[in-house]
Write a protein that binds this ligand. Structure first.
Ligand code: PLP
Length: 231
């Protein structure tokens, strides 16, 4: 039997594919990260049964609770929410990609814990392209100096950029922010910094992932469109 969740996975994947083709991109460049915050293990297993391999949690505590219960499926976990330095050690036990690197103190702690583990850590730098006060992320102007610090150490490898667009009614309104992130990626790439690669753009959630893909997203983070509204 095909459940509603499995059906939703199928239609989101189809939308991603169509958006990629519209933009002249290879759909295989885009990975759907299913956002599992507040969802039960049973719900998440339905998404896994539909072929999903990448899961995203925004809180370390929730990640630590669920990840061991889903280990048999060997998903790739993404930590997408704000990360406190005192949770870094636990986060690295499960998350293969941190989407929310946004400050020097976090870079330092990630580097320290990664070195302790003897395993380099992959992260995306979160950028606040809208400039909204409520949003996490580095200001675009702070990106280059930050990445020069990244280039001076070897335990944290930056693999791209992440952003959250403002909440808008019309997904088209998110487009300029996603475009801006792509332009920043191109500028960073031109710097040719050691330890900094730009293969990933993490942008787009349930309301705007189609626009995200059209603008170059390689990772979209989608929860509600798959599981329904959160309580
Ligand atoms: C919750 C969350 C998402 C997914 O939001 P939906 O609107 O449910 O798709 C994406 N990114 C981050 C950082 C989140 O916290």
């Amino acid at each position: 039997m095909v459940s509603k969740i499995m059906e939703n996975v199928g239609s989101v994947l189809e939308q991603i594919r169509a958006a990629a083709l519209r933009a002249g991109r290879d759909p295989a460049e885009v990975t759907l990260v299913v956002v599992t915050k507040t969802r039960t293990v049973a719900e998440i297993e339905e998404a896994l049964a539909a072929g999903i391999r990448h899961l995203g949690e925004n809180r370390v505590q929730e990640l630590r609770t669920k990840a061991p219960l889903l280990q048999a499926h060997q998903p790739t976990w993404h930590l997408i929410g704000t990360l406190q330095t005192n949770k870094v050690k636990q986060a690295l036990e499960w998350a293969e990609l941190i989407h929310s690197l946004d400050r020097v103190s976090l870079l330092e702690e990630l580097a320290k814990q990664a070195e302790r583990r003897g395993c380099p850590c992959d992260a995306l730098v979160e950028v606040n392209v809208s400039g909204e006060q409520s949003k996490q992320g580095l200001a675009p102007a702070d990106l280059e100096p930050f990445l020069r610090l990244v280039a001076q150490q070897r335990w944290v490898r930056v693999r791209g950029l992440m952003t959250m667009a403002p909440l808008v009614d019309d997904p088209e309104q998110a487009r300029p922010y996603f475009r801006r992130l792509r332009e920043l990626r191109d500028q960073v790439q031109a710097l040719g910094l050691e330890g900094v690669s730009m293969e990933h753009l993490s942008m787009g959630m349930s309301g705007d992932y189609i626009v995200g893909v059209e603008e170059g997203a390689t990772l979209v983070r989608v929860g509600t469109a798959i599981f329904g509204p959160r309580d």
